[in-house]
Design a protein around this ligand. Structure first.
Ligand SMILES: NC(=O)c1ccc[n+]([C@@H]2O[C@H](COP(=O)([O-])OP(=O)(O)OC[C@H]3O[C@@H](n4cnc5c(N)ncnc54)[C@H](OP(=O)(O)O)[C@@H]3O)[C@@H](O)[C@H]2O)c1
Length: 252
């Protein structure tokens, strides 16, 4: 029987790449995002191109009822979800302490609370069945203190590492994906100035997603796609504190 994945944030960028890659491999899908029209058009294309089933779930994951709709789809036993990709995300352009705290609350809900609820539902359903997987899209920002966004992603990496060990014997793989800069709508949506980011730092979404799926299949807890970001992460982890502090002051 074809496997089924729920992907949040499937209308654009990394989530859209996950949806396309998984559909190409024959996975049925449940796609979540706010823009239902755009989701429907992704679903129509994937059904026609790959002959897979695609459910569309219009949901703002920062709202109680939006999150509940996504969680209910994960706990639905009639068409079980084998893989949850917690990908939906955004950022604010300003530093914490200068931004509106209501916006920060929504960021916390989207980047931490929603993945936590979806992971909880998925782990309970998947351990009961003895198999399943979760990919949490974090960031290399998790490895360096750079404001609230990096703190949220560090939480996601930390919980993924633990859950990977904790639930491996129950047949559930949990992987944190930690990409560097990826060309998507992310920076434009946050109105960020990315003109200073050198070209070599940019990754493409499709190969980044394929690299993480390979790591996930190998049962890895943390996936850092691309050699250049593996090296940068190593440096960020072991560099002296003053160097890390100087880097932390540059950009968000
Ligand atoms: N791009 C990068 O350089 C980069 C680097 C490291 C990590 N990441 C992480 O990768 C993930 C995906 O980002 P991306 O770069 O692909 O961004 P993107 O191109 O802006 O796509 C974001 C996706 O999330 C959805 N989304 C945003 N807010 C939502 C909400 N409140 N409820 C439901 N869905 C929502 C958007 O759809 P709708 O607008 O239709 O809701 C869209 O499908 C994020 O978690 C981000 O932190 C990105």
């Amino acid at each position: 029987m074809a496997r089924r994945a729920l992907v949040t944030g499937a209308t654009a960028g990394i989530g859209n790449s996950f949806a396309r890659e998984l559909a190409g491999r024959g996975w049925n899908l449940a796609l979540v995002a706010r823009d239902v029209e755009r989701l429907e058009s992704v679903a129509t294309e994937l059904r026609a191109r790959h002959g897979v089933e695609v459910d569309v779930i219009g949901a703002d994951l920062t709202t109680e009822d939006g999150l509940a709709r996504a969680v209910n789809r994960v706990t639905d036993t009639t068409r079980p979800i084998d893989l949850v990709v917690n990908n939906a995300g955004s950022s604010l352009a300003g530093w914490f302490g200068t931004t509106d705290i209501a916006d920060e609350d929504r960021q916390l809900d989207l980047l931490v609370r929603a993945p936590m609820h979806l992971m909880d539902a998925a782990i309970k359903a998947m351990t009961g069945r003895g198999h399943g997987g979760i990919i949490n899209v974090a960031s290399v920002a998790a490895f360096m203190p750079r404001g609230v966004y990096s703190a949220h992603k560090a939480w996601l990496v930390n919980i993924s590492r633990w859950a990977n060990w904790q639930y491996a014997d129950a047949g559930v793989t949990v992987t944190a994906m930690c990409p560097g800069f990826v060309r998507t709508e992310f920076h434009q949506r946050a109105d960020m100035d990315i003109s200073g980011v050198p070209r070599w730092m940019w990754l493409k979404a499709d190969p980044t997603v394929r690299a993480t799926l390979k790591d996930f299949e190998r049962g890895k807890a943390v996936s850092i796609p691309s050699l250049r970001y593996k090296l940068l992460t190593l440096i960020a982890t072991y560099a002296p504190t003053p160097v890390v502090a100087r880097l932390a002051k540059r950009g968000r």
